[in-house]
Design a protein. Structure first.
Lengths: 301, 348
C-alpha cells in the first residue's frame, strides 16, 4: 500500500512538474531545475558531456537513450553499454582531476555524501553539479524526469515513466487477489539490517505482495535485533546476493540465530540478485518482477 | 643524562655529521623534488610541454585547471600538513620525553573528529560547507583545554605524566562518544564520517592553503624559538630550571602551539597517522636530537614525505584515490625499519 501511494504520488508530481517547468521563452534551450539538495542548477543547453557519479543515474541515462552523452562513470557501473567509458573512481570519492580532464558540462552526484565536499570543489571550478536523492520511488521518478530534462530527453523520460507505471500496475494486479505474505528483506544478516518502508525496496516489496514484518520501523535501513526477528516470525526471508554467494539457504542454515528461525527450518529463503534490486533506476520494474516471483511464485507467468 | 638518552631511539647509531645548513639544503631539494612529482604525476597524464604551458596558464583550460587549481594547492596543503605534524610530533616527543609521543596523543584528533562527526550527523556540513573544518578545529581546541584542565587539577605544576594520561582518557572518552553518535546515525552519515576520519587532501584549495599558512607559519616560528629551552627540558626539568629556563612557561607555550599546529592540520585534512610519529624519529636517527636542527629538519622532511605520499595516494590506482593514511604507513614503515637497521659505521 505504501509503495502504491508513493508511486502514484510521484507520478502526480511529475504531471504537474512538466507543466510548471517549461523553459522560459527567451532562450528555448536553457534549463533551470532545483536539484534534490534544494539548489537551482542552470544549464544554457541540454548537457552533452555528463559524468554520472551514481550508477543508477547511469542506468537511467542509458534507458533514456543518452548513452552517447555519458562522458564518465564510476568504478561501480556494471552496464555493458558504459564499459568503454572512462571511470573517475568512486561515487563519493572520485578523482576530481579525472573529472576535470573529461570536460563535463554536467556532473550528477549523490545526495548521500554528508560532507558535500565534491560539490563544493566542482562548483568552484565552474562545473555544474546536480544532486540526486535515491531513497524512495518518488525520488526515482523525479530523478528520471530531471535527468530527462537535463539531457534534453524529456519525451523519452515521460515515455519511460509511463511504461514503468503500467508495468508496476500489472505486477501489483497480478498479486491483488493473493494473501499478503509475512516476510523479511535481509539487507545484511550480521548485524541484521532490513529495508524500511520508506525505501524504494520496501515500497516495491509491498507492491509485489509482501508484508514486511518490520513495516512499522520508519528508519530507512533499520538495524533490528535477532530476538525481534524471532518474535515477529516471518514466513519468508528475501536475501539480496552477489554473484559469489552460492546457496543462500545453506548459509542461513549454518548462521547462529538465523538457523533457528521457522522460515529457515522450512527452507523458505529466496535469493534475489543484489545488483538488480539495489539500483534505484528504471530497472525497479525488473526488480519488482523478481521480488514478486520470490514472494508469490504462484503468480509468476 | 638518562632522560636525554631515552628520547633517542638508537643513541649509538652512526650519525651523518652534516652541518645544519647542509641538512636544510638537502631537505629543501627533497621538498622541491616532491613538488615536481606532485604537479607532474596524477590520474591524468600530460606531457612536460603541456605541464609547463599549464603552469604558465596557457593551452588547454582543463589542464590549466588540473595543474593550477587541483595539483598545486593540494601539494601545498600536503606540505603544510606534513610539516605541521612532524614539528608537532617532534615537540611532543621532546616535551613528554617519550618516544611514542605523537601529535594526536593528547586527544586532539579525537576532539577534531567529534566536531566533524557532529556537523555530519546534524546535517550542518551539508548546509554550510565550512562548518566541518571549523567544528573540527573547535573540537580539537576544546579537547586540548579539557586535557590541560584535568592535568592542572592534579598537583601544582604541570606533570607531563598526568598530562599524558589525561590525553589518553579524554581521547578514549571522545572516541566512545563518536561511536555512540554513529551507532544511531544513518548509513550515509557513518560513511561520510569514516571517509573524513581516514584523512585526505582532496579538498585542498588556495583558500584552505592560505588559511593554513596564516595559522602554521607563526606556530613554526614560536616552536623554533623554543628549540634551546626544549633541549634543556629534554635533559630534565630541574636541570633546565637551574640553567635559567622558565620551565612551566616553556612547557605551556610549546604544548599549546604544537596542539594548535595539529588542530589546524586535522581540520583541513582529517587525521593522517604516522607522519608525526616517525618523521621526527627518522631525522633524529640521521642527525641527532638537538631541537635547533631537529625542528626545521622535521618540518622539511615531513613536508616532502607527505607531498610524496599524497602524490602516490592519488595516482597509484588510476582514478581511484587511496586514503593517504594507508600510503604513509605502507611506504613509511619499511623506510623507517631500514633506517633503524642501517649498518653502523663510525659510531658518533
Amino acid at each position: 500500500m505504501v509503495g502504491a501511494l508513493g508511486i502514484y504520488g510521484c507520478l502526480a508530481s511529475i504531471a504537474c512538474g512538466a507543466g510548471e517547468h517549461r523553459p522560459p521563452a527567451a532562450s528555448a534551450s536553457a534549463i533551470q531545475i532545483t536539484d534534490d539538495a534544494g539548489i537551482v542548477v542552470h544549464l544554457d543547453r541540454p548537457a552533452e558531456r555528463i559524468i554520472s557519479l551514481i550508477p543508477s543515474a547511469t542506468e537511467t541515462l542509458i534507458a533514456l537513450g543518452a548513452t552517447q552523452q555519458i562522458a564518465g562513470r564510476t568504478r561501480y557501473d556494471a552496464a555493458p553499454e558504459v564499459a568503454k567509458i572512462p571511470s573517475v573512481g568512486g561515487g563519493i570519492d572520485p578523482s576530481v582531476e579525472a573529472i576535470v580532464a573529461l570536460r563535463p558540462d554536467l556532473v550528477l552526484a549523490w545526495a548521500n555524501d554528508k560532507r558535500q565536499a565534491i560539490r563544493e570543489k566542482l562548483v568552484s571550478l565552474q562545473i555544474p553539479v546536480f544532486i540526486l536523492r535515491t531513497e524512495d520511488t518518488t525520488d526515482i521518478f523525479r530523478g528520471i524526469a530531471n535527468i530527462g530534462r537535463l539531457s534534453g530527453r524529456d519525451s523519452a523520460a515521460r515515455a519511460t515513466a509511463a511504461w514503468m507505471r503500467a508495468s508496476l500496475d500489472s505486477i501489483r494486479s497480478s498479486v491483488a487477489a493473493l494473501p499478503r505474505r509475512k516476510m523479511m528483506y535481509v539487507e545484511f544478516p550480521d548485524p541484521p539490517m532490513t529495508a524500511g518502508p520508506h525505501t524504494f525496496i520496501g515500497q516495491i516489496i509491498s507492491l509485489a505482495g509482501g508484508n514486511s514484518v518490520f513495516a512499522d520501523n520508519t528508519n530507512l535501513w533499520p538495524n533490528v535485533s535477532m530476538e525481534e526477528i524471532v518474535r515477529r516470525d516471518p514466513d519468508l526471508l528475501v536475501v539480496p546476493v552477489g554473484e559469489f554467494k552460492q546457496n543462500t539457504l545453506e548459509r542461513f542454515r549454518q548462521m547462529p540465530g538465523w538457523r533457528d528461525l521457522r522460515a529457515v527450518k522450512q527452507g523458505h529463503v529466496a535469493a534475489v540478485p543484489a545488483d538488480l534490486v539495489s539500483r534505484p533506476s528504471p530497472s525497479i520494474v525488473e526488480s519488482a518482477r523478481v521480488l514478486r516471483n520470490a514472494i508469490h511464485p504462484e503468480a509468476a507467468r | 643524562l638518562s632522560d636525554a638518552v631515552r628520547v633517542r631511539v638508537a643513541p649509538t647509531r652512526a650519525r651523518l655529521e652534516w652541518p645544519v645548513s647542509a641538512r636544510l639544503i638537502a631537505l629543501s631539494i627533497l621538498v622541491l623534488l616532491s613538488f615536481v612529482a606532485a604537479v607532474r604525476i596524477g590520474a591524468v597524464s600530460m606531457s612536460l610541454h603541456t605541464l609547463f604551458e599549464a603552469i604558465a596558464g596557457r593551452g588547454d583550460p582543463a589542464m590549466v585547471t588540473i595543474v593550477r587549481e587541483l595539483r598545486l594547492p593540494r601539494a601545498f596543503q600536503a606540505a603544510l600538513v606534513g610539516a605541521a605534524l612532524a614539528v608537532s610530533g617532534a615537540t611532543f616527543q621532546a616535551l613528554l620525553r617519550n618516544p611514542l609521543a605523537e601529535p594526536y596523543i593528547l586527544g586532539v584528533s579525537s576532539g577534531a573528529a567529534a566536531g566533524a562527526v557532529f556537523t555530519v550527523v546534524t546535517g550542518l556540513a551539508v548546509r554550510m560547507v565550512w562548518s566541518l573544518p571549523i567544528a573540527a578545529f573547535a573540537g580539537a581546541v576544546l579537547s586540548m583545554l579539557l586535557v590541560f584542565r584535568i592535568a592542572f587539577s592534579v598537583g601544582r605544576a604541570l606533570d607531563t605524566r598526568v598530562l599524558l594520561l589525561a590525553g589518553v582518557v579524554v581521547s578514549a572518552f571522545l572516541v566512545a562518544l563518536i561511536w555512540l553518535v554513529l551507532a544511531f546515525a544513518d548509513t550515509e552519515s557513518v560513511r561520510s564520517a569514516i571517509f573524513w576520519m581516514m584523512g585526505s587532501n582532496a579538498n585542498a584549495s588556495w583558500r584552505s592553503v592560505s588559511i593554513l599558512v596564516s595559522c602554521l607559519v607563526p606556530a613554526f616560528i614560536i616552536l623554533l624559538a623554543l628549540a634551546r629551552p626544549l633541549n634543556l627540558l629534554a635533559i630534565g626539568e630541574s636541570t633546565a630550571a637551574y640553567l635559567g629556563t622558565s620551565v612551566e612557561r616553556t612547557k605551556l607555550v610549546a604544548f599549546g602551539t604544537a596542539t594548535l599546529l595539529t588542530a589546524a592540520s586535522v581540520a583541513m585534512s582529517g587525521t593522517i597517522g604516522f607522519v608525526g610519529l616517525v618523521v621526527p624519529h627518522a631525522v633524529r636517527i640521521l642527525w641527532g636530537s638537538d631541537n635547533r636542527s631537529l625542528l626545521p629538519c622535521s618540518a622539511l622532511a615531513g613536508a616532502a614525505f607527505l607531498v610524496a605520499a599524497d602524490t602516490l595516494a592519488r595516482s597509484i590506482a588510476g582514478a581511484n584515490e587511496l586514503p593517504i593514511g594507508i600510503v604513509t604507513a605502507l611506504v613509511g614503515v619499511p623506510c623507517f625499519v631500514w633506517l633503524l637497521r642501517r649498518p653502523t659505521g663510525a659510531i658518533a
